[in-house]
Design a protein around this ligand. Structure first.
Ligand SMILES: N[C@@H](CCC(=O)N[C@@H](CS)C(=O)NCC(=O)O)C(=O)O
Length: 228
């Protein structure tokens, strides 16, 4: 037992703070939330995060929700971990906040349309929702691709936690039929992320947690197109 706990579900955006904890070398307990059993809406979890969403981070007496806040919090707790760029390099903390907010508040809602299309307006509208999501995502993937064509990581030579966040976006939509081959620099970034030990460890943890859910008959895999 540690006094740090991450409330988490495999495949979800809670992968990003999981990567951050692994990068920081911070001991933590993983608290698996089974969406298929409604555990995110159960009173025990709602007492931690009344919004009923993962991730939630308990750090001693502090509870932090929302990816942007959790990642910023961990960046401040572990300044040596390289979760954020060295301020001496000219990237301000406000720029980092802006960039993380772009992923959380612009990209993530579009990811959800692409990944969870049947749950927006019923199965009959799933293809239309997916198509609209993909159309909305295209200019942002082009923007990211253009930037990554000129640099290895979002901020240049040094990996930062936003790279893990962007990688989660890439993984989520690639796994939902979105054609990522049109964005070769972003695809190369995904390959580079796959080599990163923290991400490899996070994915290993994720597979193990999926097995736990599968053994309980609770592994939820969202449907992908083509939709009937
Ligand atoms: N704005 C939140 C979004 C969190 C979020 O949407 N989490 C999803 C998983 S990726 C979730 O818990 N979904 C369960 C639900 O909405 O019922 C953040 O950035 O932390």
């Amino acid at each position: 037992m540690t006094d740090v706990a991450l409330f988490y579900a495999p495949g979800s955006c809670a992968r990003v703070p999981l990567i951050a904890l692994e990068e920081a070398g911070c001991p933590y307990d993983l608290r698996l939330i089974a969406f298929a059993a409604g555990e995110h809406k159960a009173p025990g979890f709602l007492a931690i995060n009344p919004k009923g969403k993962v991730p939630a981070l308990v750090f001693g007496d502090t509870v932090v929700t929302e990816n942007v806040a959790i990642l910023t919090f961990l960046g401040r707790k572990f300044p040596e971990a390289g979760l954020f760029p060295d301020p001496a390099g000219g990237v301000s903390d406000i720029e980092c906040l802006s960039d993380l907010s772009f992923v959380a508040s612009t990209l993530h809602p579009i990811v959800t349309r692409i990944r969870m299309a049947p749950f927006f307006a019923g199965p009959a509208a799933a293809q239309a929702v997916w198509d609209a999501g993909a159309t909305a995502m295209d200019p942002f993937f082009a923007l990211i691709d253009n930037r990554l064509a000129e640099r290895r990581w979002w901020y240049g030579d040094q990996w930062a936690v936003i790279d893990g966040y962007l990688n989660w976006v890439f993984f989520r939509v690639a796994g939902a039929g979105y054609d990522t081959s049109r964005f070769p620099a972003f695809a190369a970034h995904a390959q580079a992320c796959a080599q990163r030990p923290s991400i490899q460890r996070a994915l290993g943890i994720e597979r193990a947690q999926e097995e736990v859910l599968a053994a309980r008959g609770l592994l939820f895999v969202p449907p992908s197109p083509p939709f009937a």
